[in-house]
Design a protein around this ligand. Sequence first.
Ligand SMILES: Cc1cc2nc3c(=O)[nH]c(=O)nc-3n(C[C@H](O)[C@H](O)[C@H](O)COP(=O)(O)OP(=O)(O)OC[C@H]3O[C@@H](n4cnc5c(N)ncnc54)[C@H](O)[C@@H]3O)c2cc1C
Length: 505
Amino acid sequence: MSRWRGLQASLRAARGSLRGTQRDAWPRGHAPWSRSLSASTALRNDFFKDLETQLAAARKKASDALPGSSWSPFEANPNLPPERADIVIVGGGVVGWSIAYWLKQKERVREGVRVLVVEKDLTYSQASTVLSAGGIRQQFSLPENIHLSLASAHFMRNINEHLGVLNEDPVDLQFNHSGYLFLATEKAAHIMEENYSTQRKAGAEVSLLSPDQLRGKFPWINTDGVALASYGLQNEGWFDPWTLLNAFRRKAISMGAIQCCGEVTDFKYTTKRILTSNGDEMDLRRIKSVKVQLPGSLQYQPVECAIVVNAAGASSARLTEMLGVGYGGDAAGTQLPVEPRKRYVYVVHCPDGPGLDTPFVIDYSGVYFRREGLGGNYIAGTSPEEGEEPDASNLEVDHQFFEDKVWPSLAHRVPAFEKLKVTSAWAGFYDYNTFDQNAIIGTHPLVTNMYFATGFSGHGLQHAPAAGRSVAELILDGNFTTLDLSGLDFRRILAREPMLERNIV
Ligand SMILES: Cc1cc2nc3c(=O)[nH]c(=O)nc-3n(C[C@H](O)[C@H](O)[C@H](O)COP(=O)(O)OP(=O)(O)OC[C@H]3O[C@@H](n4cnc5c(N)ncnc54)[C@H](O)[C@@H]3O)c2cc1C
């Protein structure tokens, strides 16, 4: 029996005993309310005292049923998730809500699939989605990533056909169409050419520019050290991440997806020992229910489910640890290689900086910048060197990092940036895949009903629309039907065969 049912049974029992007490204390015709008021003051006081005692006992029973809870037996808690869902998505960031939307979109019978999205922080104060730079590009080196970007760009072009809700405002992503501009040194120019050819083959519109062409197009750029540049002609730019997340959420909820604010803190699962063809013994796990802890409370609700989707972003490895994955030998010992890595974004003001035609520039040093609105504002940043990762236990900004690692390259590339002012800054967590900096999409070989959609490492926002569709296909159709993302599943990690992306920002 679930705790909720147990609780209801205790309540019924408590209410029954309350009624029993009233009957026992005052035989028919002698109940205090049938007497005259003046004659019965003492009795009435006793009655209320007794009632209070009974109520206190009922409350205690209820709170015993939910350990540590301050739940009152006479108020239903509207924030409790349902007792059962077909699919529980852990993480209500852009990836989680995109999956929820596509699951509802693809269900064959209306209300046929009960989808629950569990999000621990509805303010999204630390979610990668809302702290991202909002960019989308086609310029990747892996065909999978290029196809994901192209499909997502197509989705965003037609966003209101997908995410429009009757009688609600249309979605305005505030999309800024502008190409990414990658710069390469002499040494790396051949890699840029190879990437360009992969991108063209995949259908992306990209052009290569010589330093002369670069100067002609963007006269404010200093081309020192640049041997080649690649510039996106279509389907690139930046947009408002919060609007995309909310649009997915609003639409999915309008289609029947359920939202719950709570944290998944544990799973109930069964284990079955199997013998592999090599004669090794392995434990297959199957999740039966997720434990959802309500915010600011010890109250929790187990939710029985058939499938769990791990869309918990930078925290997704914690979920697999709860299942015992990452401990023990062989496959069971292989951890989900996703961890939070802190990245700073600096907002700078430079009245003499480049204007409306500023692309999203990725310097060969790793430093990037783009316009932020009009009026001489830009955002800029870079990833730290391997081994110099900042402390990821908080989201504090290191301002010295801008002085030491960002500004010198900015000023070198755009001399106008010699004079600028940092007006604000923030930090966010990359959902960083330490194995090969690419998404992990699909199931785990040992956890039969958990699907991953995590590890996007700095390109999850732009890939969310297409990745969400792919995960929904995998769950409902049993295989990928639009984009073949089978190369991105967990098996590559077990096989130690990385899918390295060369254009990581
Ligand atoms: C500074 C920065 C710049 C970026 N720039 C870009 C960019 O330009 N373009 C791009 O495409 N991507 C960019 N990214 C990456 C992108 O933001 C992420 O890849 C993407 O947002 C991941 O989405 P998500 O939904 O998986 O994660 P999140 O948005 O982090 O959502 C995961 C959610 O899961 C919730 N959660 C975690 N654990 C639990 C639990 N146990 N129970 C319940 N809820 C839980 C969290 O509260 C969180 O809200 C950037 C990231 C950063 C930090």
